[in-house]
Design a binder for this molecule. Sequence first.
Ligand code: PGA
Length: 250
Amino acid sequence: MKKIIANFKMNFTPSMTKEYLIQLLARYADSDKVKLCLSFPYTSLAIAKFLLDKRKISLGAQNICDEEEGKNTGEINGAMLKDAGVNYVIIGHSERRKKFKEDNKSINHKIKIALKNGLSVILCVGESLADYNTLKTFDVLTEQLEAALKGLYENELENITIAYEPIWAIGTGITPTAAEIDKACKTIRNVIKEDFSQKASENIEIVYGGSVNTKNISKFKNLKYSNGFLVGGACLDLGAFLQIISTIEK
Ligand code: PGA
């Protein structure tokens, strides 16, 4: 089964989410070939939770506070997400690392808080273009993974999916080759093997994200070391998103 995670980013008001989901639920039948996970802005979670009732689609948030309580005006904690019916949360997206200065330590706290509150985690890692051009992908992935997963028990990895998202591929229309994605996913598995175990490295779920679209999905769908995709821009167009899903299902 392939995992397809949609990241709606800062798009869709609650009313737009409602319209989108009504259409999606009418046109998409739950399948055992794909696991669909939809990550909405906080303000859309309630309507999405209501509409997704009884469907095999997971509901995700795009961020979580790195503290469980305290004076954090404007933040949302793990207990709030759990109580809102959220199943998982995206942590460490490169847009948050860059613009909101999220560092590996804060990302590590967020992961622990999410897991403690019964939420699964999508942990985003990936290198910049400068890192890619100077062949530092391996070093960057190793550093990000080791810092983010520090202090976790091996059994907690069952609730973590790693999203390999090269920063230079996000929203640019440019992607690595299928072989490069597989190599990076293999690197991620090797880090997990070194830090946890062979079994953990085989079982960890890894998805690829960065300009996945209707044109390139068929060449990526049979990657050896990855378990699915994280789709950003392309999920905003329902027709395109359904086409990506059905290509993966085939
Ligand atoms: P993109 O975004 O598919 O628009 O490149 C992916 C992401 O940011 O997670």
